[in-house]
Design a protein. Structure first.
Length: 368
């Protein structure tokens, strides 16, 4: 059985799904039910509905998160029920550490001391994973959904540090680093020169590091990577303790993201912390798309199912036709990806009938 044949008999076919916050209960329920039915009829087999956004807003009635985006109804519950009714697996999607991004929002409104701090001493709208109580809060956000909803797993996003700020220089991080290495963290920090390069994640970091003299810069990055990984370990331990059948997955960036945003996903794979992965493939020429597929699969090396995340419309660019969507999926299949995840349902919807007809003629099982 060659790669293409396998992909048509066992394949992950998923889509990110989120709602317009202006939808009321009646139209929202109708939209969700239509969408889930259409996805099932198109032979997709799982959906990733937004549960927590980058501003700390919950799409369900959280018991301890202040910002509830739909106060009159529970769109996550409706989505879970509608998806299960038509046979779709469901993995709620949590944006982990952003809490407002540009401003202090979400949990940081009540706990501004949890925020990351930039080199100028200004707090930013991201929660600091170095702090145990931050990690515990973010874990508990997910655990209340794990306990209360009949889901199949959770999908993580923003499991990283921001790419737009040189962080974190809060008192806690500075104190911790000084205790470890006896050095003022501001002497070590990357500064704006590395993070002002928008294409930093595609550069040769051996060359990039040579621009920085301080020998402890890699140690700082490893320390920050460890903070993010610690969250994932803590989450996995708690989820598996009460619902061992649930799958934990994550979206992540490219090979260099350990350097750019302290997202050491190769380590997560090696440690068995993910049950499946959906790395970014938000690129819009086929040569780059194919190269990225190869790079991910070389690193992951069959350790877990790997789904190409196809950016139908993202901040990085967009696809303009069903033919382009079809071609990206074909390339992913040719390279041996275990499936695809589309971002998002709203962007895919105009092309879905043609894509399904050409690529998904029958139902298939998810990889295991």
């Amino acid at each position: 059985m060659d790669k293409t044949e396998r992909s048509q008999s066992i394949e992950g076919r998923g889509v990110y799904f989120h709602l317009d916050v202006n939808l009321g209960p009646k139209e929202g329920r109708e939209y969700i039910k239509r969408a889930m039915s259409r996805l099932a009829e198109s032979h997709l087999n799982f959906v990733i509905p937004l549960a927590l956004d980058t501003k700390g807003g919950a799409y369900y009635p959280s018991t301890f998160r202040k910002t509830r985006l739909f106060p009159d109804w529970d769109p996550l519950r409706v989505t879970v029920d509608a998806a299960r009714e038509v046979g779709l697996k469901i993995y709620p999607w949590f944006c982990i550490f952003p809490e407002g991004e540009g401003v202090l929002g979400g949990a940081l409104e009540q706990h501004p001391d949890w925020a990351m701090v930039d080199k100028q001493g200004q707090p930013i709208g991201w929660a600091d994973p170095a702090k145990l109580h931050v990690r515990a809060f973010e874990v508990e956000t997910i655990m209340e959904v794990v306990r209360d909803y009949p889901i199949d797993g959770v999908s993580l996003d923003y499991l990283r540090y921001p790419n737009t700020h040189d962080v974190c220089y809060c008192d806690f991080c500075c104190s911790e680093f000084r205790q470890l290495y006896g050095v003022d963290l501001k002497e070590v920090g990357q500064g704006d020169s590395i993070l002002s390069i928008n294409t930093a994640s595609y550069l040769d970091f051996h060359t990039l590091y040579s621009r920085f003299a301080h020998p402890l810069l890699p140690r700082w990055e490893r320390w920050k990577e460890g903070n993010v990984t610690a969250f994932l370990k803590e989450l996995r331990e708690q989820v598996k303790a009460i619902r061992p059948e649930l799958e934990i997955s994550s979206y992540f960036w490219d090979i260099e993201s350990a350097h750019t945003v302290c997202q050491d996903w190769p380590s997560w794979i090696r440690q068995g912390l993910l049950d499946w992965a959906n790395p970014t493939l938000y690129v819009y020429d086929y040569r780059s798309f194919r190269r990225r597929c190869k790079e991910y699969l070389d690193v992951i090396d069959g350790a877990c199912p790997t789904y190409a995340t196809v950016g139908v419309h993202t901040s990085h660019g967009r696809i303009h036709s069903a033919e382009e969507v079809i071609e990206q999926v074909k390339v992913a299949r040719e390279e041996g990806m275990d499936g695809v995840v589309f971002f998002t349902y709203g962007a895919l919807e105009p092309y879905l009938d043609e894509v399904a007809e050409m690529l998904f003629p029958t139902k298939v099982a998810l990889p295991r």
